[in-house]
Design a binder for this molecule. Sequence first.
Ligand code: SER
Length: 318
Amino acid sequence: MQRILVTGALGQVGSELVPALRTRYGTDHVIASDIRVAQRGAGDEGPFQLVDCTSQRQIQEAVRRYQIDTIYHLAALLSAVAEQKPQVAWDINMGGLYRTLEVARENRCAVFVPSSIGAFGPNTPTDGTPQDTIQRPTSMYGITKVAGELLCDYYHGRFGVDARGVRYPGIISHVTPPGGGTTDYAVEIFHDAVRHGRYTCFLRPDTRLDMMYMPDAVKAAIELMEADPERLRHRNAFNVTAMNFTPEELAAAIRRHMPGFTIDYGVDPVRQAIADSWPNSIDDSAARAEWGWAPSYDLLSMTADMLSHVSGGMTLTD
Ligand code: SER
């Protein structure tokens, strides 16, 4: 039976991955950890440990105390915050990953590491972005993601650490807000639609990006970690996507349920520049071929489910 440590467990992905892992492997087999204590959520339904992932000693203590064999290393700053605090982003995103991989090497743990569409840059092919392609990102977030992908490959090749990962697109969820990403508009829009019937978007109406609904993001992590290693030719940094759309297209999907919904635009140049440097649509055929990746939600089914959760089951009309 696996014994799992999740870092960054109170973040957007962790808040939903931890309960899913506990359902699958047993509550006591999944240790949630974060730099702060939970108000509610991931930490209070099972074991919780305070861990600052920039401290190798703290990661090491948690791994030894709970006899961990698998680490889901989610602790990281997202793209927009990383651009505001590049030095802190380097420490957390790179330092945290390096220390986690070191602990994994010493204790023979497998590691899941999320990379991102942020690992691509302005000279990456933008449509049908291949699995193996040019990666020269211009944001600090992207730089830490590419370096992280390489570091995971290195730890596997050099030390045999079973490090695996996906390149997530923007993730849409209703449990915990993302906090500081360029794709956050696709979450905020649902809350503002339900509360105010309108939304001011910080990206231009025609900004096309890949996205995924949280149940698929959780499924991707678990299925990749359970995949037969013999079939994994890439192992790290698999492109995965479920849909791609522009703010204009997402607004139109919301309007099918709320005909009076309106959107306007107040573009944030920093986040727009980051979004413009990312692909329009990525090709995830390697993930499909090597471990059977297939998403369950598209734009329309995600929109219907998000609206029903965010509105708390209210009937939505204009
Ligand atoms: N959703 C992330 C961000 O916007 C992309 O990895 O930062």
